[in-house]
Design a protein around this ligand. Structure first.
Ligand SMILES: Nc1ncnc2c1ncn2[C@@H]1O[C@H](COP(=O)(O)OP(=O)(O)OP(=O)(O)O)[C@@H](O)[C@H]1O
Ligand SMILES: [Mg+2]
Length: 311
Protein backbone atom coordinates (compact mmCIF):
# COMPACT_ATOMS: atom_id res chain seq x y z
CA UNK A 1 0.00 0.00 0.00
CA UNK A 2 1.48 3.31 -0.96
CA UNK A 3 0.91 6.02 1.58
CA UNK A 4 1.88 9.59 0.64
CA UNK A 5 4.35 11.24 3.01
CA UNK A 6 5.16 14.29 0.91
CA UNK A 7 2.55 16.06 -1.15
CA UNK A 8 2.74 19.36 -2.93
CA UNK A 9 0.02 21.16 -4.75
CA UNK A 10 0.91 23.92 -7.19
CA UNK A 11 3.93 24.69 -5.05
CA UNK A 12 5.48 27.89 -6.38
CA UNK A 13 8.36 30.17 -5.46
CA UNK A 14 9.08 33.41 -7.23
CA UNK A 15 11.88 35.88 -6.70
CA UNK A 16 10.61 39.16 -8.09
CA UNK A 17 9.63 38.42 -11.68
CA UNK A 18 11.55 35.19 -11.71
CA UNK A 19 9.82 31.86 -11.07
CA UNK A 20 12.25 29.41 -9.48
CA UNK A 21 9.67 26.70 -8.71
CA UNK A 22 6.61 26.63 -10.88
CA UNK A 23 3.34 24.98 -9.78
CA UNK A 24 4.96 21.79 -8.62
CA UNK A 25 2.67 18.82 -7.95
CA UNK A 26 4.59 15.97 -6.44
CA UNK A 27 3.83 12.95 -4.32
CA UNK A 28 6.37 10.86 -2.49
CA UNK A 29 5.18 7.74 -0.71
CA UNK A 30 6.35 6.49 2.63
CA UNK A 31 9.49 4.39 2.36
CA UNK A 32 10.40 5.47 -1.14
CA UNK A 33 13.81 6.59 -2.36
CA UNK A 34 13.14 9.30 -4.89
CA UNK A 35 15.51 11.23 -7.10
CA UNK A 36 14.90 14.89 -7.84
CA UNK A 37 16.70 15.49 -11.09
CA UNK A 38 17.36 18.73 -12.80
CA UNK A 39 20.07 20.83 -14.29
CA UNK A 40 21.72 23.72 -12.49
CA UNK A 41 19.20 26.34 -11.53
CA UNK A 42 16.16 24.12 -12.15
CA UNK A 43 14.83 24.64 -8.62
CA UNK A 44 15.99 21.59 -6.66
CA UNK A 45 17.43 23.43 -3.68
CA UNK A 46 14.51 25.87 -3.57
CA UNK A 47 12.11 22.92 -3.49
CA UNK A 48 13.98 21.31 -0.60
CA UNK A 49 14.02 24.55 1.36
CA UNK A 50 10.26 24.91 0.97
CA UNK A 51 9.66 21.27 1.92
CA UNK A 52 11.71 21.81 5.09
CA UNK A 53 9.71 24.89 5.98
CA UNK A 54 12.83 27.01 5.61
CA UNK A 55 11.64 29.08 2.67
CA UNK A 56 8.10 30.37 2.27
CA UNK A 57 6.25 29.32 -0.87
CA UNK A 58 4.88 32.23 -2.88
CA UNK A 59 1.76 30.16 -3.56
CA UNK A 60 0.58 26.59 -3.45
CA UNK A 61 0.82 24.12 -0.59
CA UNK A 62 2.96 21.29 0.65
CA UNK A 63 2.72 18.79 3.46
CA UNK A 64 5.43 16.60 4.91
CA UNK A 65 4.34 13.71 7.14
CA UNK A 66 0.96 15.38 7.39
CA UNK A 67 2.27 18.79 8.47
CA UNK A 68 1.76 21.88 6.39
CA UNK A 69 5.14 23.44 5.59
CA UNK A 70 3.84 26.96 6.26
CA UNK A 71 1.36 26.48 9.11
CA UNK A 72 3.44 23.88 10.87
CA UNK A 73 7.00 24.48 9.77
CA UNK A 74 8.47 23.66 13.15
CA UNK A 75 6.82 20.23 13.18
CA UNK A 76 8.01 19.70 9.62
CA UNK A 77 11.58 20.32 10.75
CA UNK A 78 11.16 17.87 13.60
CA UNK A 79 10.13 15.02 11.35
CA UNK A 80 12.42 15.77 8.44
CA UNK A 81 16.08 16.49 7.94
CA UNK A 82 18.04 18.17 5.17
CA UNK A 83 21.63 17.73 4.20
CA UNK A 84 22.27 20.95 2.29
CA UNK A 85 24.43 21.19 -0.77
CA UNK A 86 27.88 22.16 0.51
CA UNK A 87 27.00 21.71 4.17
CA UNK A 88 29.35 23.43 6.60
CA UNK A 89 30.79 22.04 9.81
CA UNK A 90 32.67 23.30 12.82
CA UNK A 91 36.07 22.43 11.46
CA UNK A 92 37.96 22.85 14.72
CA UNK A 93 35.58 20.53 16.55
CA UNK A 94 35.60 16.75 16.36
CA UNK A 95 32.90 14.73 14.58
CA UNK A 96 31.48 13.81 17.94
CA UNK A 97 31.42 17.43 19.10
CA UNK A 98 29.70 18.49 15.88
CA UNK A 99 27.02 15.87 16.45
CA UNK A 100 26.65 16.92 20.05
CA UNK A 101 26.09 20.48 18.95
CA UNK A 102 23.43 19.42 16.45
CA UNK A 103 21.80 17.34 19.18
CA UNK A 104 21.68 20.39 21.45
CA UNK A 105 20.16 22.51 18.68
CA UNK A 106 17.45 19.89 18.34
CA UNK A 107 16.80 19.88 22.10
CA UNK A 108 17.73 16.24 22.50
CA UNK A 109 18.36 15.55 26.23
CA UNK A 110 21.95 14.71 27.19
CA UNK A 111 21.66 10.98 27.80
CA UNK A 112 19.59 10.36 24.70
CA UNK A 113 21.96 12.61 22.75
CA UNK A 114 24.99 10.57 23.77
CA UNK A 115 23.23 7.36 22.87
CA UNK A 116 22.30 8.68 19.44
CA UNK A 117 25.77 10.08 18.77
CA UNK A 118 27.29 6.64 19.37
CA UNK A 119 24.65 5.02 17.20
CA UNK A 120 24.89 7.49 14.31
CA UNK A 121 28.67 7.41 14.25
CA UNK A 122 28.38 3.67 13.87
CA UNK A 123 25.69 3.87 11.18
CA UNK A 124 27.78 6.18 8.99
CA UNK A 125 31.07 4.42 9.77
CA UNK A 126 32.87 7.23 11.59
CA UNK A 127 33.29 5.62 15.02
CA UNK A 128 37.05 5.23 14.69
CA UNK A 129 37.64 8.85 13.75
CA UNK A 130 34.98 10.39 15.98
CA UNK A 131 37.48 12.39 18.04
CA UNK A 132 39.37 13.77 15.05
CA UNK A 133 38.85 17.38 14.13
CA UNK A 134 36.65 17.76 11.09
CA UNK A 135 39.30 19.90 9.36
CA UNK A 136 41.24 16.65 8.93
CA UNK A 137 38.29 14.92 7.27
CA UNK A 138 38.14 14.03 3.58
CA UNK A 139 35.13 15.07 1.53
CA UNK A 140 33.59 11.63 1.86
CA UNK A 141 34.04 11.64 5.62
CA UNK A 142 32.44 15.08 5.87
CA UNK A 143 29.53 13.85 3.82
CA UNK A 144 29.09 10.95 6.25
CA UNK A 145 29.15 13.37 9.13
CA UNK A 146 26.48 15.42 7.38
CA UNK A 147 24.32 12.33 7.03
CA UNK A 148 24.84 11.52 10.72
CA UNK A 149 23.74 15.07 11.58
CA UNK A 150 20.55 14.58 9.60
CA UNK A 151 19.92 11.29 11.40
CA UNK A 152 20.38 12.74 14.89
CA UNK A 153 16.74 13.75 15.10
CA UNK A 154 15.53 10.39 13.77
CA UNK A 155 13.69 11.88 10.83
CA UNK A 156 10.88 10.20 8.95
CA UNK A 157 11.92 12.00 5.79
CA UNK A 158 15.44 12.95 4.76
CA UNK A 159 16.37 15.32 1.98
CA UNK A 160 19.85 15.11 0.55
CA UNK A 161 20.85 17.92 -1.77
CA UNK A 162 23.48 16.59 -4.18
CA UNK A 163 24.90 14.14 -1.62
CA UNK A 164 27.63 12.74 -3.81
CA UNK A 165 28.87 15.88 -5.47
CA UNK A 166 32.65 16.00 -5.56
CA UNK A 167 33.10 12.41 -4.44
CA UNK A 168 35.14 9.85 -6.34
CA UNK A 169 33.42 6.69 -7.66
CA UNK A 170 34.14 4.69 -4.51
CA UNK A 171 33.02 7.55 -2.26
CA UNK A 172 29.89 7.90 -4.36
CA UNK A 173 29.12 4.21 -4.06
CA UNK A 174 29.69 4.26 -0.31
CA UNK A 175 27.25 7.13 0.19
CA UNK A 176 24.73 5.47 -2.10
CA UNK A 177 24.97 2.22 -0.14
CA UNK A 178 24.64 4.13 3.11
CA UNK A 179 21.46 5.90 1.96
CA UNK A 180 19.95 2.63 0.80
CA UNK A 181 20.81 1.06 4.14
CA UNK A 182 19.07 3.90 6.01
CA UNK A 183 16.03 3.44 3.86
CA UNK A 184 15.93 -0.29 4.35
CA UNK A 185 16.89 -0.60 7.99
CA UNK A 186 15.31 2.54 9.41
CA UNK A 187 12.50 2.98 6.92
CA UNK A 188 13.44 6.58 6.24
CA UNK A 189 11.85 8.09 3.16
CA UNK A 190 14.60 9.66 1.10
CA UNK A 191 14.57 12.36 -1.53
CA UNK A 192 17.90 13.15 -3.06
CA UNK A 193 18.74 15.62 -5.72
CA UNK A 194 21.33 15.12 -8.37
CA UNK A 195 22.32 15.78 -11.90
CA UNK A 196 24.52 12.69 -11.79
CA UNK A 197 22.10 10.44 -13.56
CA UNK A 198 24.11 7.32 -13.27
CA UNK A 199 24.00 7.77 -9.55
CA UNK A 200 20.27 8.24 -9.30
CA UNK A 201 19.72 5.29 -11.57
CA UNK A 202 21.39 3.05 -9.00
CA UNK A 203 19.68 4.45 -5.94
CA UNK A 204 16.20 5.68 -6.70
CA UNK A 205 13.01 3.80 -7.39
CA UNK A 206 11.31 6.86 -8.76
CA UNK A 207 12.43 10.01 -10.51
CA UNK A 208 11.04 13.49 -10.43
CA UNK A 209 12.51 15.46 -13.27
CA UNK A 210 12.30 19.24 -13.12
CA UNK A 211 13.16 21.77 -15.74
CA UNK A 212 13.06 25.48 -15.04
CA UNK A 213 11.04 24.84 -11.90
CA UNK A 214 8.44 22.69 -13.62
CA UNK A 215 7.86 19.01 -13.10
CA UNK A 216 8.26 17.38 -16.48
CA UNK A 217 8.23 13.72 -15.48
CA UNK A 218 7.51 11.64 -12.41
CA UNK A 219 7.83 7.91 -12.79
CA UNK A 220 9.99 4.86 -12.36
CA UNK A 221 13.11 4.72 -14.48
CA UNK A 222 11.68 1.69 -16.23
CA UNK A 223 8.42 3.42 -17.14
CA UNK A 224 10.23 6.53 -18.26
CA UNK A 225 12.43 4.60 -20.62
CA UNK A 226 9.54 2.52 -21.93
CA UNK A 227 7.44 5.58 -22.66
CA UNK A 228 10.29 7.15 -24.49
CA UNK A 229 11.15 4.02 -26.38
CA UNK A 230 7.60 3.63 -27.61
CA UNK A 231 7.61 7.21 -28.82
CA UNK A 232 10.96 6.92 -30.49
CA UNK A 233 11.79 5.32 -33.77
CA UNK A 234 13.36 1.93 -33.24
CA UNK A 235 17.12 1.95 -33.64
CA UNK A 236 18.84 -1.36 -34.31
CA UNK A 237 22.52 -1.63 -33.78
CA UNK A 238 24.48 -3.96 -36.05
CA UNK A 239 28.06 -5.04 -35.94
CA UNK A 240 29.19 -6.06 -39.41
CA UNK A 241 32.28 -7.54 -41.00
CA UNK A 242 32.24 -4.73 -43.53
CA UNK A 243 30.17 -1.67 -44.28
CA UNK A 244 30.64 -0.71 -47.95
CA UNK A 245 29.26 2.65 -49.06
CA UNK A 246 26.74 0.97 -51.42
CA UNK A 247 25.28 -0.95 -48.50
CA UNK A 248 24.73 2.23 -46.52
CA UNK A 249 23.15 3.89 -49.53
CA UNK A 250 20.80 1.01 -50.19
CA UNK A 251 19.78 0.74 -46.54
CA UNK A 252 18.75 4.37 -46.48
CA UNK A 253 16.46 3.82 -49.48
CA UNK A 254 14.43 1.12 -47.70
CA UNK A 255 10.94 2.42 -47.13
CA UNK A 256 10.58 3.16 -43.39
CA UNK A 257 14.27 3.54 -42.65
CA UNK A 258 14.68 7.07 -41.34
CA UNK A 259 18.39 7.24 -40.64
CA UNK A 260 21.57 5.22 -41.08
CA UNK A 261 24.63 6.03 -39.01
CA UNK A 262 27.97 4.34 -39.08
CA UNK A 263 30.59 4.28 -36.38
CA UNK A 264 33.52 2.08 -37.36
CA UNK A 265 32.04 -1.38 -37.85
CA UNK A 266 28.90 -0.51 -36.03
CA UNK A 267 25.81 0.52 -37.85
CA UNK A 268 22.78 2.21 -36.33
CA UNK A 269 19.68 1.89 -38.43
CA UNK A 270 16.72 3.95 -37.35
CA UNK A 271 13.31 2.85 -38.55
CA UNK A 272 9.67 3.77 -38.05
CA UNK A 273 8.56 0.13 -37.91
CA UNK A 274 10.43 -3.10 -37.39
CA UNK A 275 12.28 -3.67 -40.62
CA UNK A 276 14.96 -5.91 -39.14
CA UNK A 277 14.38 -8.58 -41.78
CA UNK A 278 14.66 -6.28 -44.79
CA UNK A 279 17.72 -4.62 -43.31
CA UNK A 280 19.41 -7.98 -42.59
CA UNK A 281 18.70 -9.23 -46.09
CA UNK A 282 20.21 -6.11 -47.61
CA UNK A 283 23.32 -6.54 -45.47
CA UNK A 284 23.74 -10.16 -46.55
CA UNK A 285 23.18 -9.20 -50.17
CA UNK A 286 26.21 -6.92 -49.90
CA UNK A 287 28.34 -9.85 -48.70
CA UNK A 288 28.71 -8.52 -45.20
CA UNK A 289 28.14 -10.70 -42.15
CA UNK A 290 26.12 -9.69 -39.11
CA UNK A 291 28.25 -10.30 -36.02
CA UNK A 292 25.78 -8.68 -33.66
CA UNK A 293 22.31 -7.24 -33.88
CA UNK A 294 20.36 -5.66 -31.06
CA UNK A 295 17.95 -2.84 -30.40
CA UNK A 296 19.81 0.19 -29.18
CA UNK A 297 19.20 0.73 -25.51
CA UNK A 298 18.75 4.18 -24.15
CA UNK A 299 20.71 5.21 -21.13
CA UNK A 300 19.12 7.34 -18.48
CA UNK A 301 21.38 10.14 -19.61
CA UNK A 302 19.82 10.04 -23.05
CA UNK A 303 16.29 9.89 -21.65
CA UNK A 304 17.04 12.81 -19.43
CA UNK A 305 18.53 14.83 -22.24
CA UNK A 306 15.57 14.10 -24.46
CA UNK A 307 13.24 15.46 -21.82
CA UNK A 308 15.36 18.53 -21.59
CA UNK A 309 15.58 19.12 -25.27
CA UNK A 310 11.83 18.98 -25.77
CA UNK A 311 9.79 22.14 -25.65
N1 LIG B 1 17.38 33.82 -2.94
C1 LIG B 1 17.26 33.87 -4.27
N2 LIG B 1 17.02 35.04 -4.90
C2 LIG B 1 16.87 35.09 -6.23
N3 LIG B 1 16.93 34.02 -7.05
C3 LIG B 1 17.17 32.85 -6.48
C4 LIG B 1 17.36 32.70 -5.06
N4 LIG B 1 17.55 31.40 -4.79
C5 LIG B 1 17.53 30.76 -5.98
N5 LIG B 1 17.30 31.61 -6.99
C6 LIG B 1 17.18 31.27 -8.40
O1 LIG B 1 16.21 30.26 -8.55
C7 LIG B 1 16.61 29.29 -9.51
C8 LIG B 1 16.59 27.93 -8.88
O2 LIG B 1 17.65 27.85 -7.96
P1 LIG B 1 17.98 26.54 -7.15
O3 LIG B 1 19.14 26.84 -6.27
O4 LIG B 1 16.76 26.03 -6.51
O5 LIG B 1 18.41 25.55 -8.31
P2 LIG B 1 19.11 24.12 -8.21
O6 LIG B 1 18.32 23.21 -9.07
O7 LIG B 1 19.32 23.74 -6.80
O8 LIG B 1 20.51 24.40 -8.93
P3 LIG B 1 21.97 23.74 -8.68
O9 LIG B 1 21.97 22.44 -9.42
O10 LIG B 1 22.88 24.72 -9.29
O11 LIG B 1 22.15 23.58 -7.21
C9 LIG B 1 17.97 29.74 -10.01
O12 LIG B 1 17.81 30.41 -11.22
C10 LIG B 1 18.46 30.67 -8.94
O13 LIG B 1 19.31 31.66 -9.47
MG1 LIG C 1 20.99 23.34 -5.69
Amino acid sequence: MSEPIIQTHELTKTYGQFTAVNHLDITVNKGEVVGLLGQNGSGKTTTFLMLMGLSLPTSGTATVAGYDVVQNSKAVRTVSGLLPDGAGYYEDLSAKQNLNYIGQLNDIPKLEREKRITEMLDVVGLTKVCDKKVEQFSRGMKQRLGIAEVLMKRPKVAFFDEPTIGLDPQGTKDIRDLLLKLNKEQGITIVLSSHLLHDVQQTCQKLLIIREGKLIAADTIENLSNTLLSREDLVIEFELTKTPAELLRELSTINGVTEVNQENHRLYVQMSSNLAREVSETITKHKSTILLMKPKEYSLEEIFLRYYEED
